[in-house]
Ligand binder design. Structure first.
Ligand code: BEZ
Length: 210
């Protein structure tokens, strides 16, 4: 089992998916990727999550983020379930789902938390950058469906802060003011961003750059 922490290189793997055999690194290229696990096929919360994610794919495409899911079910099971997802949510699956019936990859990627469930994958979100490093990790229990709007919000923050010396404050969304990182001096901040609003010497707001 690999514990994958922020900043670590995300492991490469080859797996069977609903879109054929995929080598992760080749498939991902230099895009961003949202890699997520879900506990099981033919379960209610997962059905809503995957259908909603399929509906939001254009939003992820716009941000250059590829989507890929995994659960410890077989390819046949995944294929059977996709009809239900379309039925219930109106959205056809439009991203690959990895089949992992022997739990090999799930174990390798730390997706089974034995004290929560010894056999099924938890709901993990890994966001991987163009450099193949892990940028964000979230884990939800089986009983709590994820909020994809929040995941899109975190991607907006990750992509903005990768390119500018800023951080995003609580509940920030695209277009709102951001914070100059502490490592930037007032002089540099003025040079880079023009004026800034210093609520405290360490809390300096600027308009969202870029
Ligand atoms: C679900 O996706 O609905 C689910 C899966 C496992 C346990 C509880 C709920």
């Amino acid at each position: 089992m690999t514990t994958i922490r922020l900043g670590d290189e995300f492991p490469d793997f080859t797996a069977e998916t609903t879109d054929g055999t995929i080598n992760f690194r080749e498939w991902k290229g230099d895009s961003w990727a949202l890699f997520f696990s879900h506990p099981a096929d033919f379960t209610p919360v997962c059905t809503t999550e995957l259908g909603a994610l399929a509906g939001l794919k254009p939003e992820f495409d716009k941000r250059g983020v590829k989507l890929i899911g995994i659960s410890v079910d077989s390819l046949e099971s995944h294929q059977g379930w996709t009809g239900d997802i379309a039925d219930v949510t109106g959205n056809k699956l439009n991203f690959p789902l990895i089949a992992d019936p022997d739990r090999k990859l799930a174990l390798e990627l730390d997706l089974i938390h034995p004290n929560a469930n010894a056999t099924a994958t938890v709901r993990t979100v890994y966001i991987i950058g163009p450099d193949n490093l892990l940028k964000l990790s979230l884990t939800y229990p089986a009983s709590t469906g994820r909020n994809w709007a929040e995941i899109l919000r975190t991607i907006d923050s990750l992509q903005l802060t990768a390119n500018h010396k800023v951080a995003t404050p609580v509940n920030w969304t695209q277009g709102e003011d951001v914070i100059v990182v502490p490592a930037v001096s007032d002089e540099e901040a003025a040079e880079k961003f023009g004026s800034f609003d210093a609520k405290k010497p360490y809390l300096r707001y600027v308009k969202q750059p870029g």
